[in-house]
Design a protein around this ligand. Structure first.
Ligand SMILES: Cc1cc2nc3c(=O)[nH]c(=O)nc-3n(C[C@H](O)[C@H](O)[C@H](O)COP(=O)(O)OP(=O)(O)OC[C@H]3O[C@@H](n4cnc5c(N)ncnc54)[C@H](O)[C@@H]3O)c2cc1C
Length: 412
C-alpha cells in the first residue's frame, strides 16, 4: 500500500532511519503532512560519534544534528513524546494510527516504525540491591543515547580504573576513548581472546588487541561478563569462568535490543528471538501501510543472513527503500553492507557479507604496521573486504561491488 500524495505520514522514532525516511518521501515529491514522534527532548542526532569524538570532547552536540539548517526537513517534529501503541490490523479493518503517552490518538495514512534499539544491561549479581546499588551514582554506564554519552563524558574518568564489558566495536571504542581521557587502567571483558575474531577473523581480532595493548588496555580472560555487583568503591564484574574484575567505572556495551515493547499486542509481527519488527524487503510489515526500518526492524534479507543489522549504513539504506515503497518511486539501489569503527589511530572498515565468510586471508600488511587488508571468502568466492587503515582499498572495493539490483531482488 502506498501513501496518497497528500496523505499523513507518521514516523515513530526521531533518529537516523526516521529522519532519512522523511527526507526520502519528500525527495520523491510527497506533499502531505509528516509527523515525527521522538521520545527524546533533543533534536534528532547521529549516534556514531557518541562513543568516539563526542566522548573525548572533540565534537559538540550541535555537530551531530541530523537536519540541515540550510535546507530543513518539512515535517512536524514532536519531541519528548513517546508513542505507546499502534493501531492497525493485517486485514485493514482497524483504523491506522498511533497512541502517544499523553493519551492522544493520531490517525495516519501510513506509519513508519524507526524506534531503534536500547542498550542491553547485565543483571545485578544479587537479588537484593546492595547499599551502593540503591544510589544512582555508581550504576554501570551504557552507550546508546546522547544522555548516556553525556553521563559518561561527565564521569570522573581521569585516574580511574575502568572495566568495559563487551567485545564489539562500541566496547572497544569506549575502551579507547577512556584511555585517551586519562583513565589509569582500562580492562576489556570481551568474552573472547582476540576481540571481534569470531565475526571478523583472527588476523583482525589480533590486530585490534595488539593496538589496544600498545596503549595500555588490558583484556580479561576470554569469558563473558555475567553480572555486576556494585560495591562502595565501584563495581565487581562476575565472569562466566568464575573470575571477577573490579573497577571504579563499568561500561556495559554488550549489545542492543530492538525498541519494540510498545508494539506488543499490536497487529505487526515481532521476531521470536529478538522482538524485532518482521518486514519484507521493502520494509512492509503485515499491517497494510505500516513499515519499519533501522535497528528495530528485521527485514527478510536480515533473516536469511544476506545483510547484517545494527549498522549506520543499513539504517539509511532501509529508510530510502521504505521512502520509495511509500511513494511508488523506483526502489533505491543498495550497496554492499558496510561499517566502520575508530579506535585509537585505527580506522577499521568492513564491506560486503563478512558475517557469511568461511575464510579470511591477509592480502597485505600486518598488525605491527597498523595497516591490514583482509579478503573474506565463502566457498572460494570473495564476498567481503576488511581494512585497518586501508581507506583507499576499501573504497575501491565498494565502488567495484556496488549492487545495482533492487532490495527485493537481493533477498531472492
Ligand atoms: C554509540 C553508538 C556508536 C555507533 N557507531 C557506529 C559506527 O561507528 N559505525 C556504524 O556503522 N554504526 C554505528 N552505530 C550504529 C548506528 O548509529 C545505528 O545503526 C543507527 O543509529 C540506527 O538508527 P535507527 O534510526 O534505527 O535508531 P536510532 O538512531 O537509535 O533512533 C531511534 C530513535 O527512536 C526513539 N524512540 C524509541 N522508542 C520510541 C517511542 N516508543 N516513541 C518515540 N520515539 C522512540 C529513540 O529515542 C531514538 O531517538 C553506533 C551506534 C551507537 C549507539
Amino acid at each position: 500500500m502506498s501513501l496518497p500524495a497528500d496523505g499523513h505520514l507518521i514516523i515513530v522514532g526521531a533518529g537516523l532511519a526516521g529522519y532519512h525516511a522523511a527526507r526520502g518521501v519528500r525527495h520523491h515529491g510527497h506533499r502531505g503532512p509528516i509527523t515525527i514522534f521522538g521520545e527524546e527532548t533533543r533534536s534528532a542526532y547521529d549516534r556514531p560519534a557518541l562513543s568516539k569524538a563526542y566522548l573525548t570532547g572533540a565534537v559538540a552536540e550541535e555537530d551531530l544534528l541530523l537536519d540541515d539548517p540550510e535546507n530543513p526537513l518539512e515535517a512536524d517534529w514532536v519531541s519528548g513524546l513517546g508513542v505507546v501503541g499502534l493501531s492497525g490490523s493485517p486485514d485493514g479493518t482497524e483504523p491506522l494510527g498511533v497512541h502517544t503517552a499523553d493519551g492522544s490518538f493520531h490517525p495516519a495514512d501510513a506509519v513508519v516504525i524507526t524506534t531503534g534499539a536500547s542498550a542491553r544491561t547485565l543483571p545485578a549479581a544479587s537479588a537484593e540491591p546492595t547499599a551502593a546499588e540503591k544510589t544512582a551514582a555508581v550504576r554501570p554506564y551504557v552507550l546508546r543515547s546522547m544522555d548516556d554519552a553525556l553521563a559518561l563524558r561527565d564521569a570522573p574518568l581521569s585516574g580511574a580504573s575502568v572495566a568495559v564489558l563487551g567485545g564489539g566495536f562500541l566496547a572497544l571504542e569506549a575502551a579507547a576513548t577512556c584511555t585517551q581521557r586519562g583513565a589509569a587502567a582500562v580492562i576489556v571483558a570481551a568474552g573472547e581472546e582476540n576481540p571481534g575474531a569470531k565475526r571478523l577473523g583472527t588476523p583482525v581480532g589480533r590486530a585490534i588487541r595488539a593496538a589496544h595493548e600498545a596503549h595500555g588496555v588490558r583484556f580479561a580472560p576470554p569469558a563473558r561478563a555475567q553480572a555486576v555487583r556494585s560495591t562502595l568503591n565501584g563495581h565487581e564484574v562476575l565472569l562466566a569462568d568464575g573470575s571477577t574484575v573490579e573497577a571504579q567505572v563499568v561500561i556495559c556495551a554488550i549489545g542492543a535490543s530492538p525498541r519494540t515493547e510498545w508494539l506488543l499486542g499490536s497487529g505487526v509481527s515481532l521476531t521470536e528471538d529478538t522482538s524485532a519488527v518482521l518486514c519484507d524487503d521493502t520494509g512492509a510489515t503485515v499491517v497494510p501501510g505500516v513499515y519499519a526500518a533501522g535497528d528495530c526492524a528485521q527485514w527478510a534479507s536480515h533473516s536469511s543472513g544476506l545483510r547484517p543489522v545494527g549498522h549506520w549504513q543499513e539504517a539509511v539504506e532501509e529508510a530510502a527503500v521504505v521512502a520509495a515503497a511509500l511513494t511508488d518511486a523506483e526502489p533505491a539501489s543498495l550497496q554492499e553492507p558496510y561499517f566502520w569503527s575508530d579506535q585509537f589511530d585505527l580506522r577499521i572498515q568492513g564491506a560486503g557479507r563478512i558475517h557469511l565468510a568461511d575464510t579470511t586471508t591477509v592480502l597485505e600488511g600486518s598488525a605491527a604496521e597498523g595497516s591490514l587488508l583482509v579478503s573474506c571468502t565463502r566457498d572460494g568466492e570473495e564476498i567481503g573486504i576488511l581494512g585497518i587503515n586501508r581507506l583507499r582499498d576499501v573504497t575501491r572495493w565498494r565502488k567495484k561491488r556496488r549492487i545495482r539490483s533492487t532490495a527485493p531482488a537481493l533477498a531472492a
